[in-house]
Design a protein around this ligand. Structure first.
Ligand code: AVJ
Length: 332
C-alpha cells in the first residue's frame, strides 16, 4: 500500500511540465488567464505573508480573531487521536490556535504547494509542540495526494481549510474541491473552513489595492517567476496591477494589464498584447453563510456550526461528512 502510494505521488518533473502547459495554454487563450496557485513560489509565499499583515487586508485578522474567541468550541470538533490535515497551509499562525485548544492528536499534516514554506513552518511547530507529530506534504491541493500512513491509521481525519482559499475556485469547482476533500479525509471526516463574506465594495477594493503596493508586487511576481522558470522575457514595467470587486459575480478580480502594445516570449511561444489587454490572474469569490452552507451540503457535508466576527466580514464553518450522498433532484 505504501509502495502504491509512493508511485502515485507526482514527480517534480511533471509538476514543472504542468506549470509550462498551464502558462502557455492560459496566455494563448482569450481572454488571457493564469491560475492563481502559481503565485506561491518562495518569493510569492513571502509576499502573501506580508499581505496578511497589511492594514487594508482584513481577512487574516478577522479569521484569527474568530479562532481565538471560539477556540474551545471549534476544537471540540477535533476528537482525541484524530489527524488534523491543513489544506494550503502557508503560515502556521492559525493552526497554532487550534492545536493549543485541541486534545492530543495522532498527527498534524500541513499540505502546501510551496515546499520551502511548508517545511520551514513545520520545523517551527515541531520546536513549539514537541509532543506533536508534524508530517508536512508538498502537494497541489486541487490534485490527488496521499496522506502519510499515520494520518491514514487515525480513527478520524479533520480537514482545516482556512484563509478563504476556497474563494479562488469557481463556485462549481469549489463544490468539486469539497467533494475531493471528503474523499481524501474519508469516512467520519470533519472539515473546518474559513470563508470571506460579501461586504461593501470599498472595503474589498481597498483590501486588494493596498497603499504600500505589496499586492501589486505579489501579482507581478507571477511574471518574474515565469521569466525565471520558463525562460520568459516579460518586462515588468510594461504591466500594471488591477484589482476590483465584480458585484454581479461576488468576486474580486485581479489582472495584470499591459500598458502598451507589446510581445513577450514564454517557453518558445510568442504572446501578443494589445494596449490595455489584461491577464486575469485571480478570482477571490465572496460568499454568504447560506450560499457556502448550500454549496457544502451539495458536496456531501452536513453543517455542524458557524462562527463569525462582530462585523460579519468572515465566517468559519464546521461540517461533517454525510455518509449518504445527497438525494439527486429529478430534472425538470
Ligand atoms: C489566499 C486566495 C485567500 O483571495 O484574498 C490576497 C489571495 N490575493 N491578495 C485572497 C490574495 C490578493 C487570497 N487567498
Amino acid at each position: 500500500m505504501v509502495a502504491l502510494a509512493r508511485s502515485r505521488r507526482p514527480l517534480p518533473q511533471s509538476a514543472d511540465d504542468s506549470f509550462a502547459a498551464d502558462v502557455v495554454g492560459g496566455l494563448l487563450a482569450t481572454p488571457k488567464r493564469l491560475p492563481p496557485k502559481y503565485f506561491y513560489d518562495a518569493a510569492g509565499s513571502e509576499l502573501f505573508e506580508r499581505i496578511t499583515d497589511l492594514p487594508e487586508y482584513y481577512p487574516t485578522r478577522c479569521e484569527i480573531r474568530i479562532l481565538q474567541e471560539n477556540a474551545a468550541g471549534i476544537a471540540k470538533l477535533i476528537p482525541q487521536g484524530a489527524a488534523l490535515i491543513e489544506f494550503g497551509s502557508g503560515s502556521n499562525k492559525k493552526v497554532r490556535i487550534l492545536l493549543q485548544a485541541a486534545p492530543r492528536l495522532a498527527c498534524y499534516v500541513p499540505v502546501d504547494i510551496c515546499q520551502e514554506m511548508v517545511e520551514q513552518e513545520a520545523a517551527e511547530l515541531r520546536s513549539d509542540f514537541p509532543q506533536l507529530k508534524v508530517l508536512p506534504v508538498t502537494a497541489d491541493i486541487t490534485q490527488d495526494f496521499v496522506l502519510p500512513p499515520e494520518a491514514e491509521a487515525a480513527p478520524l481525519r479533520v480537514g482545516f481549510f482556512p484563509g478563504s482559499t476556497i474563494g479562488n475556485f469557481e463556485p462549481h469547482e469549489a463544490a468539486g474541491f469539497l467533494r475531493h476533500a471528503g474523499k481524501i479525509l474519508g469516512p467520519g471526516a470533519r472539515l473546518i473552513i474559513g470563508v470571506d463574506l460579501i461586504k461593501p465594495a470599498e472595503i474589498l477594493n481597498a483590501a486588494y489595492n493596498d497603499a504600500a503596493g505589496v499586492t501589486a508586487r505579489f501579482n507581478l511576481n507571477l511574471l518574474t517567476r515565469i521569466n525565471r522558470e520558463l525562460g520568459g522575457n516579460f518586462k515588468l514595467d510594461g504591466f500594471e496591477h488591477h484589482a476590483f470587486y465584480n458585484r454581479e459575480r461576488h468576486r474580486v478580480e485581479m489582472h495584470l494589464a499591459s500598458l502598451k502594445r507589446q510581445k513577450a516570449k514564454v517557453a518558445g511561444e510568442t504572446i501578443e498584447f494589445r494596449a490595455g489587454e489584461t491577464i486575469h490572474t485571480e478570482n477571490s469569490y465572496k460568499y454568504s453563510i447560506e450560499k457556502l452552507t448550500a454549496l457544502a451540503r451539495g458536496a456531501g457535508w452536513r453543517p455542524l456550526g458557524v462562527w463569525t466576527d462582530a462585523r460579519n466580514y468572515f465566517s468559519i464553518h464546521a461540517f461533517e461528512l454525510a455518509d449518504e450522498p445527497p438525494p439527486v433532484r429529478a430534472a425538470g
